[in-house]
Design a binder for this molecule. Sequence first.
Ligand code: GLN
Length: 229
Amino acid sequence: SFTNSSTTGKTLTVAVEPTFPPFEFQSATGELQGFDVDLIQAIAQSANFKVKYQNMPFAGMIPALQTQTVDAAVAAMTITAERVKIISFSRPYFKSGLAIATRTDNQNITNFDNLKNKIIGVQIGTTGALKAKNIPGAEIRTFNDSPLTLQALINGNVDAVLNDQVVILYGIKSGDLKRLKIVSSLLTEEFYGIPTPKGSPNLDLINQGLATVLKNGTYAKIYQKWFGT
Ligand code: GLN
């Protein structure tokens, strides 16, 4: 686990699954990095708390929040109506949405309707997995994380993947997903928030820190670092 030593104050245990570049992933030397990681560190510094990371699969995070095993998560987690019933979220911090990924040589999938009766790969517990349930006749294969899902597509084990567009694009651009492309436009409009247990007293702290880093230019700097051209 990684601890931020630059602040004093209380320590929040924050769930992370470092397999979702550029939001949370590991450097070549195994260091936790990414947009969400920089953002929570900036928020922690503003709001005067420390961060102790706890690795866990994405699908385990909502249960861990519900049982208050963790105080928050940095997970590019979409704020959804279903999730809001069982956990709380900070104000939105990133606009996102789902896209369809296929192999570059695939000619017959050009839109959502073409996914009918196809084999679809999704990461378990995600908005992509939820969306895939609406595809008539599709065979859904679930994987534990995003890289495994996209690797199944590269290997030809699934015909298409539904995942957050920005993550697929980052993978293609960085050369990690060379044989993949995005087809069609965004399937959904989603917003990421920082989740906490329902009614957590830390939510105010996180929102205050987030408001500060949005206002003082720190958010813009972090955005530029990861998404600037
Ligand atoms: N944004 C998607 C969701 O909330 C995927 C997040 C992730 O895989 N880390 O379901």
